[in-house]
Design a protein around this ligand. Structure first.
Ligand code: DQA
Length: 147
C-alpha cells in the first residue's frame, strides 16, 4: 500500500530552523528514515513538502484516489486551517498527525490542532522518530481493516 507523507510550511528548513526546538536533522534525513521504515513494513511512501496551504489540500484530495493512508505534519497550518481539516475528513483514509516538538509544552496557540479532529492518532514530541511511529501506526490500522 502507498502512504502519502505530507509536510507543511517551513519544514524544508529543518536542520537550521530553531535547532533547539526541532533538532539538527534535515527533512532529507526524515525522508530517509521514512523510506527505511516503510520498506520494513511493506509500505511504499510518497514524501512531499510544501509551504502552500492549498497545495497540501490538493495533495490530500489526490490521496483519496491514490493512497491507502496519510501521515501528515501540517506544521503551522495545524493551528489555523479548517480547510485542511475538512480535506482530511473528506479523504476517508486513516490519518496520523505528527509533530516533531511537543506542541502541548509550547505556546498556548499551539495546543489546538484542527487537524487532530481528522486524525486517528497524533504523535508529538519525539522528533523524527515520530514519523517512523506514525508509519507503524498506519500499518497497524491497515492490517486491522483487512481482517
Ligand atoms: C510543528 C509544530 C508546529 O506548531 C509548528 O508551527 C511547526 C512544526 C512540529 O513538527 O513540531 O512548524 O508541526
Amino acid at each position: 500500500p502507498l502512504i502519502f507523507v505530507l509536510n507543511g510550511p517551513n519544514l524544508n528548513l529543518l536542520g537550521t530552523r530553531q535547532p533547539e526546538i526541532y533538532g539538527s536533522e534535515t527533512l532529507d534525513d526524515i525522508e530517509a528514515l521514512c523510506a527505511e521504515t516503510a520498506d520494513a513494513l511493506d509500505l511504499a511512501i510518497d514524501f512531499r513538502q510544501t509551504n502552500v496551504e492549498g497545495e497540501l489540500i490538493s495533495w490530500v484530495q489526490e490521496a483519496r484516489s491514490h493512497a491507502a493512508g496519510i501521515v501528515i505534519n501540517p506544521a503551522g497550518y495545524s493551528h489555523t486551517s479548517v480547510a485542511l481539516m475538512d480535506a482530511l475528513l473528506a479523504s476517508d483514509l486513516p490519518v496520523v498527525e505528527v509533530h516533531l516538538s511537543n506542541i502541548h509544552r509550547r505556546e498556548s496557540f499551539r495546543h489546538l490542532s484542527y487537524v487532530s479532529r481528522a486524525a486517528q492518532g497524533v504523535i508529538c514530541g519525539l522528533g523524527p522518530h515520530g514519523y517512523a511511529l506514525a508509519l507503524r501506526g498506519i500499518a497497524g490500522i491497515l492490517a486491522q481493516s483487512e481482517q
